[in-house]
Design a protein around this ligand. Structure first.
Ligand code: FDA
Length: 304
């Protein structure tokens, strides 16, 4: 009950435009620095290098979402291009994750696609891959439509499917052959579109993971849930799915020991590293996911 209340409060805060705007000026606060790798490209690349040395691969995410001005979207696009260039020159093992609303999706669809193309052209130059994060349900269909359009020209782009959505299984079937990151889902969605019970979300999660793996498609299993990870390990072994057809992914700062042990066992383990000053929405969603993360945040709060 208390967990539900705190979840709603944090999810609500994650969408609050005034708080998100103010937080950009505060700098990393309330323990956010434990899960966000600084606010510059340089700090992010340094973190990637450290993790690469430990056998982990990465994906960088320049934080930002729900942008409402063209200038901000262009700046975000340029920042992503520079991030890809910096990764290329540093020779690190990391790809890029982006959010379409950061690139102007809510302003003008074609403008957003153009920005996305600039990013994908740069990624292609460096032989790199770009993952479109999945945002709230209101942006799901348009994100998938744009992905399909982009895939006609670029093979270095994929997206994310959320198992809490009823539509997830059908989407995964239709996206056979496209590299997908599969997650449970992090936004507040209504019962008209999404499962509300954890057991149902988990069941659907395993269903879509199995579906995508069995179709021979490259699958990223992005979860900190040891039960899911154990089931995936068992499933791939039983069905002889080669290790180069899937990877595990976790967020920077979460379950670091498990990340390292999966890498030691020979699995590809990718760490999602967010960086930049637009950290508030991301951080609030992490607090909503797990009440224990609040203790984590408080620790950071008092150490500031
Ligand atoms: P979940 O929160 O369901 O926890 C299950 C169990 O795992 C817990 O009960 C606990 O036992 C254990 N556990 C979980 N976290 C733990 C921790 N930190 N320490 C110890 N035990 C822990 N969402 C989205 O909507 N769009 C997106 O694009 C993405 N992208 C994305 C990328 C990556 C790399 C990750 C890991 C996640 C996302 N997500 C996302 C977020 C995702 O949808 C989901 O909200 C979170 O991963 C939380 O769900 P989990 O499966 O990790 O565990």
């Amino acid at each position: 009950m208390l967990a539900d209340v705190s979840k709603n409060i944090f999810l609500h805060a994650s969408n609050n435009k005034a708080l998100n705007k103010a937080a950009k000026k505060w700098g990393l606060r309330f323990g956010a620095s434990q899960v966000v790798a600084g606010d510059t490209i340089k700090s992010a690349i340094k973190k990637v290098q450290e993790l690469n040395e430990k056998g982990l691969v990465c994906t960088l995410d320049h934080l930002g979402e729900f942008v409402s001005s063209r200038i901000e979207a262009i700046e975000a696009t340029e920042y992503n291009v520079r991030t890809l260039e910096a990764m290329g020159s540093a020779g690190v093992n990391s790809n890029l994750s982006v959010k379409m609303t950061q690139l102007g999706l809510d302003i003008d669809r074609n403008f957003c696609v153009q920005n996305m193309c600039l990013i994908l052209e740069t990624a292609k130059k460096y032989n790199n891959f770009v993952r479109i994060d999945m945002e709230d349900h209101a942006h799901c269909q348009i994100t998938l439509d744009i992905l399909r359009e982009l895939r006609e020209t670029y093979d270095n782009v994929g997206t994310v499917i959320q198992s809490y959505l009823y539509r997830a299984e059908q989407d995964v079937k239709e996206l056979k052959g496209i590299p997908l990151r599969l997650v449970k889902g992090a936004y507040q969605e209504s019962p008209s579109v999404a499962y509300q019970e954890k057991e149902e979300v988990d069941e659907n999660y395993m269903r879509i993971i199995e579906e995508h793996l069995l179709s021979g498609s490259y699958t990223a299993i992005a979860s900190h849930d040891h039960r899911i990870i154990a089931s995936v390990k068992e499933f791939v072994q039983k069905h002889n799915i080669p290790r180069n057809q899937f990877e595990f992914q976790m967020l920077y700062g979460f379950r670091t020991d498990m990340q390292l042990s999966l890498a030691k066992e020979g699995y590809t383990m990718r760490v999602y590293i967010p960086f930049g000053n637009d950290w508030f929405g991301y951080f609030m969603r992490r607090l909503a996911e797990r009440p224990q993360n609040i203790a984590f945040a408080l620790k950071g709060f008092f150490s500031k």
